[in-house]
Design a protein around this ligand. Structure first.
Ligand code: ADP
Length: 554
């Protein structure tokens, strides 16, 4: 005879909330002597261990409490990738405060707006941002304490900032006798604002739970696939989307971390990658552009770097090939966004692809990739109807998962939509998904070029242009056309010393894309504008070329 019970049987496992502090505690206990190496703003190299970092994070938690911070208070940062920033990540979140990283490359008015919106109580910043913060301070309504992330020797002789505090003095004054508290895993841990290309920036509020789950997701073999034998240098900034989660995942897996500080030019990066024997890195395409150019000019190789994640913008296939064939570095193309902590998809092969030739494999790896567990995705048409996964139908990409936002900080309106009875977050990207679940971004919905009712992918055009040996960087934008409404204009920066005409470049498109999608014109420029996160500023380019008359306009 079977019995049925009215209440379901409960699992009998320990009920331990997923705490960010546990990541660092784990590293201190199980990878205690593993190093964190930082190239400091001050110019020298600092090195210590996870054990030391965890202790200093505890001292920082004590110091912030002594300054009067209470659970939920926001601590703002304007800082590069470095060990003090890392300590702030853990000292704040670990003690129930909220780490609010601010992108220092934004316009000063935007920085002030963001700090005020988040109501930052403390603002910690690197030495080279002192003039910026002095200028901003009169507008910062909520900030009670300014903390300069340096030691006593580097403190300025005079400053307009009221009661400017020295980070090292604050930390060193504490004894570290502090036990990390345990609390609800859904508590806010950090905030990052979207770049806000239109309208004011919006805050994505991450939680302890979402951050720890995202770290597991990041480390999986078919995601970044990193482990204790890796040396990781995140070029992606800790001031935007938590450096893609690397500062949380590295202690989880016990990998050595290398922080480049503000030294992001090709030469400095190459030297640091070599000196610290870095095996794994992550960054946006523009950073790699700089590094490749430098390495080629100097005839250099990378002796330990074997893999890198590239995302944030579409990685041009030509860049993937250069890194792989000329430098032996495997590229993992990834897609995500601030609202997704940020990881969504990564391009890795499946077992069934083993028999494909190299070109066919490459075509898969050039896509934005397949969803990692923790993220589900779908494409929908403008009426919200789901579209098939056939690699051709392209529509609005929507996502859901435990590390995807459900609302923005202090915004009443919900950004979500309903599909199949479930809530999904519309990403604002237009994409196709193939039968195997590989997603390919056509465009951001606002960047797609609409020619006579048909869509032309700006990314496709840029990828082709970037494959031309004389092209350094390319951006495709919509340009007004009297007959077709919009037609593509290609804006190009030539490689130093290279000669290339518009006709030569347009001829290069022949046979590589449908004839009607070939750009109508090429404009050569010295520089293409980038956003604070290293993406091409399409909005600015569109403004710049608003009056541009296409030769096809009649
Ligand atoms: P922002 O702060 O500019 O909103 P995010 O850093 O959140 O930016 O960027 C997210 C957006 O960047 C995505 O919605 C997508 O448009 C673009 N993006 C990210 N990765 C890729 C990629 N691999 N290929 C194409 N576009 C990408």
């Amino acid at each position: 005879m079977t019995t049925t019970s009215a209440t379901p049987l409960r699992g009998q496992m320990m009920d331990m909330p997923l705490m960010i502090s546990s990541l660092l505690v784990h590293a201190a206990r199980h990878a205690g002597d593993t190093e964190i190496v930082s190239k400091r703003v001050e110019g020298d190299i600092h090195r210590y261990t996870y054990r030391a970092a965890e202790r200093r994070a505890r001292q920082l938690a004590q110091a912030l409490a002594r300054l009067g911070c209470h659970a939920g208070d926001r601590v703002g940062t304007l800082a590069w990738n470095g060990y003090r920033h890392f300590e702030i990540y853990y000292g704040t979140s670990g003690s129930g405060l909220v780490c609010h990283t601010i992108n220092p490359r934004l316009f000063p008015e935007q920085i002030a707006w963001i700090a005020n919106d988040a109501e930052d109580r403390v603002l910690c910043f690197d030495l080279n941002f002192l003039p910026l913060v002095e200028k901003l301070a009169p507008q910062l309504a909520s900030v009670q304490h300014y903390v300069l992330m340096t030691d006593r020797a580097h403190m300025p002789a005079s400053t307009t900032l009221p009661g400017l505090l020295c980070y090292e003095e604050l930390v060193e004054a504490e004894d570290g006798e502090y036990a990390w508290p345990s609390f609800d895993e859904n508590t806010a841990s950090s905030i990052c604002y979207t770049s806000g290309t239109t309208g004011n920036p919006k805050g994505a509020v991450y939680s302890h739970r979402s951050t720890v789950l995202h770290s597991y997701g990041l480390a999986m073999p078919d995601a970044m696939g990193v482990g204790a034998r890796d040396v990781i240098l995140p070029v992606v900034p800790m001031f935007h989307v938590n450096a893609w989660g690397v500062p949380y995942a590295a202690p989880m897996i016990g990998a050595k971390l290398v922080f480049p500080g503000p030294h992001l030019d090709g030469k400095s990066l190459h030297e640091l990658l070599e000196a610290e024997r870095v095996t794994f890195s992550a960054g946006v395409p523009t950073v790699w552009l700089g590094l490749i150019t430098y390495a080629k000019q100097q005839g250099l190789q990378f002796s330990t770097l074997r893999r890198t994640v590239i995302g944030g913008s579409a990685c041009p296939p030509a860049m993937m090939k250069t890194l792989e064939q000329d430098f032996g570095i495997e590229v993992i193309h990834a897609w995500g966004m601030t609202e997704m902590s940020p990881l969504g998809t990564l391009a890795r092969l499946k077992a069934k692809h083993a028999g494909l030739d190299a070109e066919a494999q490459h075509r898969i790896l050039e896509k934005q990739g397949k969803a990692i567990y923790g993220v589900d995705m779908a494409i929908v048409d403008d009426d919200g109807q789901e579209l098939p996964w056939d690699g051709r139908a392209s529509g609005n990409l929507v996502v859901r998962g435990p590390w995807v936002i459900q609302s923005y900080f202090r915004r009443e309106d919900s950004p979500l939509m309903t599909l199949g009875g479930q809530a999904w977050f519309p990403t604002g990207d237009v994409a196709a998904i193939d039968e195997d679940g590989y997603m390919q971004i056509t465009d951001r919905s606002k960047d797609v070029i609409k020619s006579g009712g048909e869509w032309i992918s700006s990314i496709d055009l840029e990828n082709i242009a970037m494959a031309h040996p004389a092209v350094h960087e390319a951006a495709a934008i919509a340009c007004h056309h009297p007959k077709w409404d919009e037609r593509p204009l290609l804006v190009v920066v030539r490689k130093p010393g290279a000669s290339l005409t518009a006709a030569e470049l347009l001829a290069f498109f022949d046979g590589r894309i449908a004839k009607w999608q070939i750009p109508d014109d090429v404009a050569f420029v010295d520089e293409i504008p980038h956003t604070a996160t290293g993406k091409i500023q399409k909005l600015k380019l569109r403004e710049q070329f608003k009056g541009h008359r296409l030769p096809t306009a009649g």
